[in-house]
Ligand binder design. Structure first.
Ligand code: SF4
Length: 329
């Protein structure tokens, strides 16, 4: 591991100052991804800024009845929190589907948002071709083993996927991400937080240099939404999703009146298609409507030699997730 210096931030403003002292400095909290990346030589910051002492760990109701989740809230605390379990069970379910209990105890909400892809070629520096790690070098996954890679929204430069379960649930819940930086505070809708790879796959998010995630906001719950997080993976625990689905809908008077579907494991960011969700609205719940939405959400899919199975898997997973959500009340 390359030598680096450390600093412990005493407050948000101190953290913003500390991160500005080196252009390649990184914030660290749980460290469950960054420290691995540093050990593997994928990331080599000259300075890391420990933000674990900042007062950003609370989970609390907002005056409008929504929820504010501090960026330093631990994943295990989020999954177990009574307000999340009762009002946003989709989020609790998704977090519990990820990692291991030990990792969830250490990992934070903000760190989960910033997780980097688990593409094998990104992690293994013996492969010199990786545009995400080394812009302009090529993409070893295009001609390599690409079973876990993207089928939607990819580019010729990168076909990596976002590995997070939490992010998929946040996408279906229309979360907002509050960040603070040199230019002040801004709020980023979750759908605009992560980027598609395009020509700059080395940039995962739309955070600006020096910005710090301070909290995640969930809108108030109205009506009686039903939801389910379905994760399909090679083994039943401690594995990343081949495909996952965050399904959320409201049923009233025998019809679906609102619906959201977010896919994980298929793109560089959680994948939502409003046209697919609109196909559900006004329809009676059931397999016919779910199949139509499933077909629409994978429109435009492009596959590679080892991952063509993901298209059918995603469609079937959407139908199953919506069917399970429908049965809940
Ligand atoms: Fe690198 Fe992306 Fe290609 Fe993986 S898919 S090797 S992360 S450029």
């Amino acid at each position: 591991m390359k030598p680096f210096s450390t600093a412990r931030a005493t407050g948000v403003h101190d953290a913003l100052h500390q991160i500005s002292t080196a252009p390649d400095a990184r914030f660290v909290a749980g460290g469950t991804n960054l420290i691995d990346l540093m050990k593997y030589g994928v990331e080599a910051p000259s300075r890391i800024v420990d933000i674990t002492q900042l007062p950003l760990g609370r989970i609390e109701e907002t005056p409008d009845g929504g929820l504010r989740i501090g960026a330093l809230a631990r994943n295990s605390d989020m999954a177990a929190h009574p307000l999340i379990r009762t009002r946003y069970p989709l989020l609790s379910e998704a977090i519990l589907a990820g990692a291991s209990a030990q990792l969830r105890n250490a990992a934070t909400a903000g760190g989960n948002l910033m997780q980097r892809t688990r593409c094998y070629y990104f992690y293994d520096i013996a492969f010199t071709q990786c545009n995400k790690r080394n812009p302009g070098s090529g993409c070893a996954a295009l001609d390599g083993f690409n079973r876990i890679h993207a089928i939607l929204g990819a580019s010729e430069q990168c076909i990596a996927t976002n590995p997070s379960d939490m992010n998929v649930a946040l996408a279906a819940l229309d979360a907002l991400i509050r960040v603070e930086g040199p230019s002040g505070v801004r709020v980023i809708p979750i759908g605009e937080f992560h980027r598609l790879p395009g020509d700059t796959p080395q940039i995962d998010t739309n955070l600006k240099p020096g910005e710090l995630i301070t909290s995640i906001h969930l809108p108030p719950v109205t009506g009686n939404p039903r939801s389910h997080y379905l994760k399909v993976r090679d083994r039943n625990s401690y594995a990343f999703a081949l495909v996952s689905v965050a399904a959320w809908m409201k049923i009233d008077g025998g019809n679906i009146i609102d619906a959201r579907i977010a896919l994980g494991g298929v793109a560089h960011k959680p994948w939502r298609v409003p046209e697919a969700e609109n196909l559900l609205k006004g329809k009676p719940p059931g397999e016919a409507a779910y199949r139509a939405a499933a077909d629409a959400i994978v429109q435009g899919a492009r596959t590679y030699p080892n991952n063509a199975f993901k298209v059918e898997l995603a469609k079937r997973s959407v139908v199953r997730a919506l069917t399970t959500a429908e049965a809940r009340s």
